[in-house]
Design a protein around this ligand. Sequence first.
Ligand SMILES: NC(=O)c1ccc[n+]([C@@H]2O[C@H](COP(=O)([O-])OP(=O)(O)OC[C@H]3O[C@@H](n4cnc5c(N)ncnc54)[C@H](O)[C@@H]3O)[C@@H](O)[C@H]2O)c1
Length: 441
Amino acid sequence: MIKTRSGVEIKEPVGKLGVLLPGLSGAVATTFIVGTILVRRGLALPIGSLTQMGRIRLGKRTERRFPKIKDFVPLAEVSDLVFGGWDIFPDSVYEGALKAGVLSKDHIELARDEVSDIKPMPAVFDREYVKKLDGPNVKKAKSKYELAEMLREDIRNFKKEKGCDRLVMIWCGSTEKYIKEDKVHQTLEDFEKALRNNHPLISPSMIYAYASLCEGVPFANGSPNLSVDIPALVELAKEKNVPIAGKDFKTGQTLMKTVIAPMLKARVLGLRGWFSVNILGNRDGEVLDDPESFRTKEVSKLGVLEYILQPELYPELYGEYYHKVRINFYPPRGDDKEAWDNIDIFGWLGYPMQIKINFLCKDSILAAPIVLDLALFLDLAQRSGMRGIQEWLSFYFKSPMHAPTIYPEHDLFIQLMKLKNRLRHLMGEELITHLGLEYYD
Ligand SMILES: NC(=O)c1ccc[n+]([C@@H]2O[C@H](COP(=O)([O-])OP(=O)(O)OC[C@H]3O[C@@H](n4cnc5c(N)ncnc54)[C@H](O)[C@@H]3O)[C@@H](O)[C@H]2O)c1
């Protein structure tokens, strides 16, 4: 046990940490796994990973203390990670990475010996929730409850076979159709009844989340569909003392939005319209080509501006802006997404101005380090006795989970401050308010 200056006891990260990924053969999961292996072999740098390359300021500015985050809090080492998961396709991580086409073949070959053997367990899947996909590697059972039991058995077996000390699960599966929160999602009792009755409002991602929490395994949701954020599963997480986080990895266009919009608000500049267009050609793009899956993504992407700009408080500036998000499936691009934003703003005396953004990003290259950070931070949270919603991990999500009494915090830099202050608080370091009066006394 490590006893921090704040009196919190943190279990030491000894032994292996298993990272379980539904969506194991997909672009994000394979880019994360191959990348992490290259990093631990010293063949590449973990760029984009706050836990690996980020630093944190401690104490006063005059003290000049800026340790790396991984040297400040007791995180598992990348060398202790073991990978596994489920997919509806039987492709190993090696085959999945080749098909995803994110990393170069040369890079993938450097990890081939290890990733060829990482093969997905049969998935819990139903086309009803992802219309554009179908695959053969799928579990069969009479009820959703039985499917959850099968996943729980997979989790226990994986832990035993791989000799893991601890596990975390991160949903990297496809975006499921839009489901509105309903009565069956409210209490654990209702949810379990619905699992047994095969209720149509219980999606596969909820079944994974349920199985994960029942096994005491922290869960994060990387896609925008309703999953671990329903009240029944938040209740289960608290009951089982398990940390949870979500949802929808903040990469690409929304990452830009949560930087630009706070700037407009900070300078009290007005907004007339924000038109966002994306083209992408990977499997994620194909899934989002279905209106029901797109609806889930759209809700996640649209909410961001509303919360950041607070039109109810600034009606003259943000009362009437037009916000549109389009995602177009365009196969020739593969994972090389291109996003355009046209932003019509207005300034002093109402004079119009425009901002144009053309972001040519690689989606999975931005998402992979998020998966690594979430795995390590969720494991830290678990070892530190944190349970339920981890709002300090909002930094990583487009639709951050939050307590029902408050609104989510979307501003990237407030999210970063929150994350770092949570770490300082955990370790008993002074929180940083940026007041700075002491330098002028
Ligand atoms: N790439 C990004 O930057 C990014 C950003 C935000 C969110 N996301 C989300 O992350 C998820 C993964 O993205 P991706 O680009 O890797 O997509 P992908 O299509 O390459 O991979 C998803 C994988 O999930 C599998 N899958 C689908 N349903 C499953 C189930 N029920 N159980 C197990 N496996 C299942 C698919 O077969 C596929 O291999 C998507 O939901 C996407 O919206 C990605």
